[in-house]
Design a protein around this ligand. Sequence first.
Ligand code: GLY
Length: 315
Amino acid sequence: MGQPIVIGSERSEAGLPAAMEILSRDGSAADAVETALRLCEDNLADHYVGTGGLPNAQGVVELDASIMVGSTRAFGGVGAVRGYPHPISIARAVLEKLPQHAVLVGSGAELFAHELGFEKAELLTDESRALYRDALRESTSSVEGENTRATTGDQKYREAALELVRRLGPHDGPWGTINVLAVDADGELVVGVSTSGYPWKYPGRIGDSAIPGAGNYADLRYGGAACTGRGELSMRAVGAHRIVDRLAAGDDPTAACLAMLRDAAHLPDEFRSELRCLALTPDGRHGAAAGQAGSTYNVMTMSSTQPEAHPRSVL
Ligand code: GLY
């Protein structure tokens, strides 16, 4: 039996109280994680996930999400989904209703969502459309997300993205993913991730959020982990899996997160920008790390009334 706990990345506050409410009624970690992420996906003020997420280079919103269950290591993921506001629910349906597969992308994921009767919606809001059009006009993008201080890599990425936007964008003319990790009263551990990915990305680009072991990993023997930030780095470092490997080797959650960031820091990447991660063990120990000072993650336990912000350790 576990002590229910839920943790999340920056901007998970929109969903964590509802998740804790579910856990406190002996609800499942999967329900808690899905509910929290659906609320984040519905948060129109958040431009890095769900409805209102920033679009690709052609002005179309494409969403990635995944969910992984610690006891079975079952995984459901979707990538580059258009027109469906709750990719985390489609990801969970892949896990539960399509066990012969683990990840669906693009039109296949949309067909599956249609077959299951998921609701569709326009994902580009007036505000995200305006941000997209501003980016077309400006010589450098002013869009900032969880990784607020632009590095040289950020700048170079944005310049390349703007070139793409100019090439592919329609004529009429803060990024960041959300992670939620929960342990329920039965001791199950579930990790969920949802994102609209890089603003102005190449159409069809899928990040670490949809990939098992990269942006999301859960193994009930040791713990779960998830990443935000530059997904290309986390895919190459197999970030979330590496963190869980470090937990298995005896690291505490913070040390495990720092070890992954240290490894990723050695990868050559001309578009390098911030990579962040967090980890939770089945017995409720948690930790997180980032490359920049001042970043936080959120925690709720049975005694919390609101998400509590904890500092991330800095590499
Ligand atoms: N970490 C989210 C992404 O790279 O899409």
